[in-house]
Design a protein around this ligand. Structure first.
Ligand code: NAP
Length: 249
């Protein structure tokens, strides 16, 4: 059977490293991006250079119509997916709950929670045995901020922490709900990883500052997380599992 993976937010950071590693595991890879086409094209080019198959697909995961269109494009170009990595996610500027607008919280939930839900829905409709599929796997990218290790994002962005808490619950519930359709659902919970997400939230120095608090003495690299994602993708008897990849925090 062909292995086909869709990685949301596959154009940069953890998603890009996951796409590159997935290609090495023999997946044809759909590289989703929201706005940075150039970055997605670079990931596709790197995979093709090594003899792999990849496709750049635009969609804002928070937009249902765009997600539906993206899955249809992947069906046409690569075939029915066998693996979904719900990786696309955002942070916002540091703020305390006492300062948060409803608009900010709604945007966070829309990208980080509603997006993964509708992507999971589209994946189940393709992979699930109830829908004529062979089964498959969904890996959700949560965060240490979802639980005690990251203190729920206290002091910087509890809206982000809460969105990842929802991803943990989605993982646990969905793993049970679709097990009889031969779909596994797992999650990684990264600690601080060296990507551009910190600068996008106004904290470019966060990785440098976090280092001293991490038992392994360094922040994560995108490849550290990709490795865990690929493990959860391949491990055929593992479902409903959380892998904390945070250097021992
Ligand atoms: P990043 O470097 O900022 O990359 C984000 C990726 O997501 C880009 O490919 C971006 O595409 C895409 N994206 C953003 N919003 C999107 C949307 N609405 N629809 C579709 N794609 C969208 O982020 P990262 O650090 O790799 O984070 C990836 C995931 O890991 C996120 O879920 C994040 O919460 C989680 N995480 C990260 C860390 C960390 O320390 N880095 C720690 C724990 C968890 P464009 O460039 O086209 O916008």
């Amino acid at each position: 059977m062909d292995k086909i993976m869709l990685v949301t937010g596959g154009s940069r950071g953890i998603g890009a490293a996951t796409c590159l590693m997935a290609a090495k595991y023999g997946y044809a890879v759909a590289v989703n991006y929201r706005s940075n086409r150039e970055a997605a094209d670079a990931v596709v080019a790197a995979i093709e250079k090594d003899g792999g198959k990849a496709l750049a697909v635009q969609a804002d995961v928070a937009d249902e119509a765009q997600v539906v269109k993206m899955f249809a494009a992947v069906d046409d170009e690569l075939g029915r997916i066998t693996a979904l990595v719900n990786n696309a996610g955002i942070v916002d500027q540091p703020a305390k709950v006492a300062e948060m607008s409803a608009e900010r919280v709604a945007k966070m939930m829309s990208v980080n929670v509603v997006g993964p839900f509708i992507c999971a829905r589209e994946a189940i409709r393709r992979m699930g045995t109830q829908y004529g599929g062979p089964g498959g796997v969904i890996v959700n990218v949560s965060s240490a901020a979802s639980h005690a290790a990251g203190k729920g994002g206290a002091g910087t962005y509890i809206d982000y922490g809460a969105s990842k808490g929802a991803i943990d619950t989605l993982t646990e519930g969905l793993a049970t709900e679709v097990a009889d359709q031969n779909i596994r659902v797992n999650a990684v919970r990264p600690g601080v990883v060296d990507t551009e997400i910190h600068a996008s939230g106004g904290l470019p120095d966060k990785p440098e500052q976090a280092k001293s608090k991490i038992p392994l003495g360094r922040v994560g690299q995108p490849e550290d997380i990709a490795e865990a994602i690929l493990y959860l993708t391949e491990a055929q008897f593992t479902t409903g599992a959380f892998l904390d990849v945070d250097g021992g925090v």
